[in-house]
Design a binder for this molecule. Structure first.
Ligand code: ATP
Length: 885
């Protein structure tokens, strides 16, 4: 199979060259053989940035410059250990940053793999879904709207097929595609019988055969790059980065000022003063903070993926915690998408259907008598129509379960037809209009008894518009009455109609659908609500999140299902056509006042997202179709369906639900709130350490006393103990009541006034306690190196105790969740072991300038630690009481 001008040969030759069959497809065996031979359908990995460059990029930071300057100064002063340790910290920082970045990239990469493209192929006459990487030349591929193509495909059949090829040709308008042979010199942009890798199907459907895969495709030849990994920035990380810069600058400026004070008012030696100022700078910079924050976010993304919510980028994790309204599709998200036809309404009569699920087991009755097709020719016509205008396939899998491939609404109609133990013909289709939720019907042109007919099935309102009601049965009143009755029970309705057309007709389009149809009947379909969703909706209510249903279904169906699930008041509903008539102001009001929207088009979703955003809502919006992409992009969190969703919708979304389940969104919101709370707690935990260290050094310069800590010791506290301990916060569980408070305001400041107060308050206690200890011990003429080691241990003890204060923002620390976070205890034990090593091993003594302590020397550090814990708990108690009153 050499590269050919595939567009220039007729389909018979084409199939022969590719050794495949238009009805059967390849055999699985042949496909496996070709996979061996041609390899996977993948583009070569893009060239990545060299690792070394990636690593060195982590040195490009104001904070690192400050540290590097400190290293140079200590080197010049001959303090080689200090220089070595500072350099080590710089390198460790870069290593952590580098590892963190690669881990996050890997996580996103594997998430991308989970989202890898799929294709529907026909192999051994069976339609099945395969990963696009498994496509081989000769595979027959089913093309449908919203899918992304990953191979070059020659079209065999096309129905209103339109393809968006801008990635290849730069032309943004979708191009209509046909199957006819083209001249051999046709240029790429005009090859209308080809669908290329990297393009998406904008509308319609078709069947084609794969002619080129991987780097042999047109896309593979022009470029071998795939999408860059998303940027790892989030609003919060940006805020902290900006905050870090402010701190660094403040420190640099104040260093000069303090240097001046020290130089002018005290008789410090320049070298000593410089060292002190380096200590100050190093103390006040929260070196470990950025790494810890991104670790927390990355853990959040991973946990969400474990719970079926694939977040495509880090910022979405934060936004999720702020969501105020979730707009959800109904079918498959709120309901099970397990459809069963329970009634068929024909002229004069209503049939009932027994059996549930897709198994073709059950019977059809009229007035309790089984129905046969000879006596009920209109039912036969109904079944012929629904079976013909249908792309779903029903089969029994290896385990004996009946499964459908294709759309559930169509699948249940096949099951209905199979429940009659009589053969219903699937008529060959000459031309068709595929289903689209914009116009809500699907039609096919067929030939029957030497004349041509159009069969159409779709939403009753769409079809009633095509029929002449004055000549239709009961002048339409009958049908309206039946629709109302069944929709009110929460049934989804499909109407079926037909009309004869001229025998010269070879092709149908929307103009052929405008009038002249006769309604054959209606099918009433039930799709039970998902039980777990009802509970999830209640949770949303408690959490101050409004749930809205936006469905393509009939308004009475929507209201009835909504009432069963707790969405809306069971009465009020707006239809898509009402929204279309409104101006922006009315839309904004309607979007807020109504919770159920029926017979909506994808454009209505976009209108609603915009209206809700204009009312300051943070909006999550679900979608699956190609036309939903604009609304998904516009929403604060676009949520695409993993199973039902088209590739286009998944690319536009910020989050993909592996299980299409509404409750997964609510779980993700929960996780989002947890992550955000923990990010804030981490900041609340880390900053007081830096502030108190900075203050200690500042005071000692001011009063000309001995430095309480060396630079190396400060770095130890900031980098090792602070980072280790704060990792425990990453694993902190959702706070009780976190889903009972309203969503966070999206533009709320990272540091609330209360947080700023707490940071200052705790810093002052720590600093005060340690100063007091220093003064008293110095008065007792205790050896300065012992005092110094005790100061170091006091700081670490405070961190250890303060961790337990920070685990809950306002609750009493010793609550019933005290033992819920095992990591907190593991981390504490590790840290205690490490601190003992620091105190009692000669190597660490040399490295950190510490000395072994006696048992009594631990009293001070322990007391300060416990004191901080008790005072902060007391402060929390007061705040709780103030809040209550
Ligand atoms: P939701 O947004 O809640 O998932 P939906 O999936 O029911 O809504 P659509 O798929 O737009 O919304 O369907 C709207 C209506 O179109 C349905 O109520 C039904 O009457 C009709 N319909 C749905 N699927 C088909 C189909 N495959 N062929 C013909 N008509 C269909």
């Amino acid at each position: 199979m050499q590269a050919k001008n595939w567009y220039g040969i007729d389909t018979v030759d084409l199939l022969e060259v590719l050794e495949t069959d238009a009805e059967v497809g390849l055999s699985e065996e042949m496909a496996a053989k070709r996979h061996e031979e041609y390899g996977a359908n993948e583009l070569p990995e893009p060239k990545r940035e060299p690792k070394l460059i990636k690593f060195f990029k982590h040195f490009n930071d104001v904070l690192i410059y400050v540290l590097l300057a400190a290293a140079v100064i200590t080197l010049l002063l001959g303090h080689l250990i200090d220089t070595a340790v500072i350099l080590m910290v710089v390198v460790i920082n870069a290593v952590i940053g580098y590892i963190q970045q690669s881990k996050a990239e890997k996580a996103l990469e594997s998430i991308r793999k989970m989202l890898s493209l799929k294709a529907i192929v026909l192999r051994d006459s069976v339609r099945r879904e395969v990963r696009s990487a498994e496509l081989v030349p000769g595979d027959l591929v089913v093309l449908s709207a919203g899918e992304k193509n990953s191979a070059d495909i020659r079209i065999l059949k096309a129905a209103n097929l339109k393809v968006e090829e801008s990635s290849l040709t730069g032309e943004s308008e979708a191009v209509g595609k046909k199957s006819a042979v083209l001249p051999n010199d046709t240029v790429l942009g005009d090859r209308l019988n080809m669908v290329f890798a990297g393009t998406t199907i904008a509308a319609g459907s078709g069947i084609g055969v794969v002619v080129a895969i991987g780097s042999a495709t047109e896309l593979g030849q022009i470029s071998s790059s795939i999408e860059e990994v998303d940027r790892l920035q989030t609003p919060l990380l940006k805020q902290t980065a900006a905050f870090g810069k402010v701190i660094s600058l403040t420190i640099i400026i104040s260093s000069f000022v303090i240097f001046a004070i020290g130089y002018l008012f005290h008789d410090y030696a320049t070298a000593e003063l410089l060292l002190a100022i380096i200590g100050l700078a190093v103390a006040a910079i929260p070196e470990g903070l950025p790494a810890v924050l991104s670790i927390i976010l990355a853990i959040g993304v991973q946990r969400m993926a474990g719970q079926n919510a694939i977040v495509r980028n880090l910022p979405s994790v934060e936004t999720l915690g702020a969501v105020t309204v979730i707009c959800s599709d109904k079918t498959g998200t709120l309901t099970k998408n397990e459809m069963t036809v329970t009634s068929v309404i024909l002229e004069e009569k209503e049939l009932t259907v027994t059996g549930t699920g897709y198994a073709p087991v059950g019977s059809i009755f009229y007035n309790k008598h089984p129905v046969n097709l000879v006596e009920y020719p209109d039912f036969k016509e109904f079944l012929t129509a629904v079976k013909t205008v249908n792309e779903a396939h029903l089969r029994c899998d290896e385990k004996g379960n009946w499964v459908i491939s294709g759309d559930a609404t169509e699948g249940c109609l096949i099951t209905l037809a199979e429940k009659m133990n009589e053969e219903i013909q699937r008529l060959p289709i000459l031309s068709k209009i595929p289903f689209d939720s914009d116009y809500k019907y699907m039609a096919a042109l067929v030939e029957k008894e030497q004349s041509k007919w159009i069969y159409v099935k779709g939403a009753p309102e769409s079809l009633l518009g095509m029929t002449d009601l004055s000549t239709s049965y009961g002048e339409g009143a009958y049908w309206h009455e039946k629709m109302f009755q069944h929709a009110n029970k929460g049934e989804r309705l499909i109407a079926v109609a037909t009309k004869q057309v001229r025998s010269s007709t070879g092709f149908i389009d929307h103009e052929d659908m405008e009038s002249g149809f006769r309604l054959i009947g209606l099918a009433g379909i039930i799709d039970p609500p998902r039980e777990e969703v009802i509970e999830a909706i209640q949770q949303c209510r408690k959490a101050g999140i409004i749930v809205k249903m936006i469905t393509g279904d009939h308004k009475d169906t929507a209201v009835a299902i909504g009432a069963q699930m707790g969405i809306g008041d069971g009465i009020r509903v707006l239809e898509g056509k009402d929204l279309d008539r409104m101006d922006d102001k009315e839309l904004a009001q309607a979007a807020v006042n109504y919770d159920v929207f029926a017979r909506t088009s994808p454009n209505n979703k976009l209108q609603l997202v915009k209206a809700l955003q204009a009312e300051q809502h943070i909006c999550a919006m679900t979608g699956d179709g190609v036309n939903d992409a604009p609304a998904l992009k516009r929403a604060d969190i676009g949520v695409a369906m993993g199973i039902k969703g088209t590739e286009v919708s998944k690319e536009a979304a910020g989050m993909v639900l592996v299980d299409d389940n509404f409750s997964t969104i609510v779980n993700a919101v929960k996780e989002g709130r947890r992550v955000y709370d923990n990010l804030k707690k981490t900041i609340l935990f880390i900053l007081p350490t830096n502030m108190s260290e900075g203050a200690l050094i500042f005071v000692s310069i001011l009063f000309g006393t001995a430095m309480p800590l060396t630079t190396v010791q400060i770095l130890w506290v900031n980098m090792i103990s602070a980072v280790t301990i704060s990792l425990a916060i990453a694993f902190e569980k959702l706070e009780p009541g976190a889903m009972e408070r309203p969503p966070r305001k999206p533009n709320s400041k990272l540091l609330s006034p209360y947080y700023i107060f707490r940071i200052f308050f705790v810093s002052i206690i720590i600093c005060g306690g340690i100063l007091l200890m220093n003064i008293l011990l110095t008065e007792q003429q205790i050896d300065p190196s012992i005092v110094n080691t005790m100061t170091l241990q006091a700081l670490v003890m405070v961190q250890l105790m303060y961790l337990f204060n920070c685990r809950s923002e306002t609750e009493f620390a010793l609550n019933r969740n005290f033992f819920s976070n095992k990591i907190a205890f593991i981390v504490s034990i590790i840290l205690i072991a490490v601190q003992l090593t620091v105190t009692y091993t000669p190597f660490m003594n040399l490295l950190l300038g510490t000395v072994p302590l006696q048992a009594v020397d631990w009293i001070w550090p322990l007391t300060i630690g416990v004191l901080v814990f008790v005072i902060v708990e007391f402060e929390k108690w007061i705040v709780r009481h103030i809040k209550k009153s």
